[in-house]
Design a protein around this ligand. Sequence first.
Ligand code: AMP
Ligand code: ZN
Length: 812
Amino acid sequence: MEIQDKILALREELTQHNYNYYVLDNPTISDFEFDLKLKELKRLEDENPIFFDVNSPTQRVGGMVTKNFPTITHEFRMYSLDNSYSIEDLQDWEKRIEKTLGEKVEFVCELKYDGASISILYENGELTQAVTRGDGTQGDEITNNIRTIQSVPLKLKGNYPERFYMRGEITIPLNKFASINEERANNGLELYANPRNTASGSLKLQDNTEVAKRGLQCFPYYFIGNNLPYSTQWEMLQAADELGFKIPHTSKLCTSLEEVLAFVDHWDIERKNLPYETDGIVIKVNSFSQQDELGYTAKSPRWAMAYKFKAEAAETELLSIDYQVGRTGAITPVANLAPVSLAGTIVKRASVHNEDIIKKLDIRIGDMVYVEKGGEIIPKIVGVNTDVRKPGTEEIEFIKNCPSCGTELIRNDGEAQHYCPNENGCEPQIIGKLEHFVSRKAMDIEGLGGGTIEILYSNNKISNISDFYSLNKNEIIGLEKWIDNDYAGLKYKNQLQVDLVKAVFALSKKWGNLTIKDSEFITKNVKSLNELLNIETENNKITKFISELKNSLTNIDYQNYYSLENYVSLNLLLDIKFPNILNQNSDLFSNKIYDIDTIKYIDELLVWNNKNNKDFEQFIISIADRNRIGIKEKSAEIILNSIENSKNVNYERVLFALGIKLVGETVAKKIVKKFNSIEQLIDSSIEELESIDEIGNKIALSIKNYFSNENNLNIVHKLKNYGLKFELDNSSIPISSILENKTFLFTGSLTKFNRTDAQKMVEDHGGKNISAVSKNLNYLVVGENAGSKLKKAEEIGTVIVLTEDEFLNLIN
Ligand code: AMP
Ligand code: ZN
């Protein structure tokens, strides 16, 4: 085949795979094969620059830097939308347009995707330009960045108009938003406020390789151009689908306003399950001739209307402020609120970020504050209802000393956060560092999640990261601890089972002192409190426990269930009090359990009696949020094996694992490239550190600061003696990561290379060698006279068989 034909064929094939994956959600080849083909195309293109094409699939990965985005005047203006907030607004709008037109209209309802709008020009089926909305008249040209968005077609399929602009919204998926912020937090960077700003911020990044990593999406909602062949909005949306755009299949053609209202109602709830943010509905007149007749106001089309969902906000009392201490000593104020129902959950805490924000909002203890839930996990306080402010309230004074260890806090110039400087003596910092050390991206030690570190710490088995390596199995088996559940940032768990486990563990302490085994036996065998009370067993401890429990239950009273609901779920309370109510009303209780209306309804449904048993209530309150956990033999083995294995973790990850403030994964990588060993790093000067690209004065100071501390030097020294890697191990630096996560096996007599070299080549490119044919094998490389292994691989069917040449091709 001619080179050019080969290039064209590969482009076409890859474009189709891309479409299958990102638009249809239905990939037909593995990511790995895709990467190989892409690499092959890249190679051919690099070798034959005359065939370069900006719209080749190879351009999606980035590699272009735009320093200044040119300003472009929109050929067709980008209008805003009129907003409506109520059904009456919509009814008025319908009346208005039907009066102007003198006829009935059909509507298309679409979701209002919350991101950044974009106008993309297609000429002869090729993407040629992409411009942001800007002020509607002029925007910034960001074509290179838009090319990296996988669901934006670079070349159109089917029967496309010769020249038109696709108008659409660029959004960031919620999980991407969360992981970007997680990474930023890890690297000590300020968090992004919400998905919308993150999407528009991403579009303005200079390096489009970074844009490519953001996983942005594009949702088309309009085509505009001269003489387009469509006569309705609905027809145009279907056409967009055929041209290769990713159309969310949420839009609807409605023949009456009633249908529109049903659509609004449906999505007001359903949108919470979408993987991206929406802030309303856009309703458009379907017919383009009617649209033309209606025309535009100065700001917006008369033929379209946005219906804004009510912001997910609630008003509640600010009870107090807690101060949390992070692993780097950063202090985060968290507001405790009177429980309030917001977007389907009960909110009791909200983040307030830092002192400046507290000042800016001027929140005071006892104020009625507004809380909102955006794309963030923890809701935030957005304002104060000063009309109802109580007299005598005072401005909040930010704490001066660490809430955990009492050390005086510091706040560096130009930073918003306070820090506790007592790095090695402040409990939350110590535990935070231990947790960071074992985390997946650091030393990746298994079995130490969910409170196990606290067990080891509170039993004096570990106090700093070097202590992991002196643990032995017998001393950790059987260690136990009660831990408090931290609800901040956690999804509220309201399954009865979870509560039951907690309650049984907790109560067992008071009555009969059950072992963990006993508690497990109970919670495994019962699904409700009713079953628990009737459990059959020969075990005396359990029998005693049950009879005590029965005794107490007859006395319970939940007059004040609002406050109690704070501590145990309503499900559990109801099940204790009225064992059958959950069964009888399962619909009602299935997911809306915290809805305030539901609670009111229950209130009417039930006759709450007035007897008091404060004791028991207090008791439930004090225990319900606690878990007892312990280390069993099996987990002890896992932990110790995994600790041993972690000695193979490479230097850059060890450096990251130390938890030096501001030294995230990326910074660690850059440091290791320049200073090949920890000694070199310890001896380096601020100037040398700052000469590394992207390392500024703050990071450099933080590194110097870390290594000027005797304690830290001591820990590093110990870790080194335990055999951790503190220098760049040249043989282990992969040449590429193209074989990452792939497994290889060589069989038959090899003629192009020997087995050892071949295995090294696999490792050099990030792959792994395994010794037997199994489902876990990705590639079998066969030399001459391959025998049983080849046969077995063929039987399994998923193993890809390569010749020696094909293998070499793959890594070249
Ligand atoms: P606003 O910014 O509130 O004036 O709303 C107008 C913006 O909504 C437009 O510029 C679009 O970026 C955005 N939008 C989101 N979804 C849609 C949609 N389905 N149809 C039209 N505009 C939309
Ligand atoms: Zn402290």
